[in-house]
Design a binder for this molecule. Sequence first.
Ligand SMILES: [Zn+2]
Length: 90
Amino acid sequence: METVIEERRPAIEAAIKEAERDTIDAMAQHVQRLNEAYRRAGTRVLRETPDPAVLNRCPRCERIVRTPRARQCMWCFDDWHEAATSWTGL
Ligand SMILES: [Zn+2]
């Protein structure tokens, strides 16, 4: 058993290194896709916001929500649909 493992050690080590490279490559691609998604989201928010100085922010956590008319925060999940109007007047 021990001999079989020792004989296969180079192949096992090569497979582990390849898996590590694949994992690192996959993580790098994931981070790149996330960064592109955040950039697109930021561009869309600025494009869809009539006045960039008045961004629709969550009343609870103050993060910028998904759309200018959003009534729910995807960050902290606060929901202000019941409020008569938001402070943005939208
Ligand atoms: Zn929030």
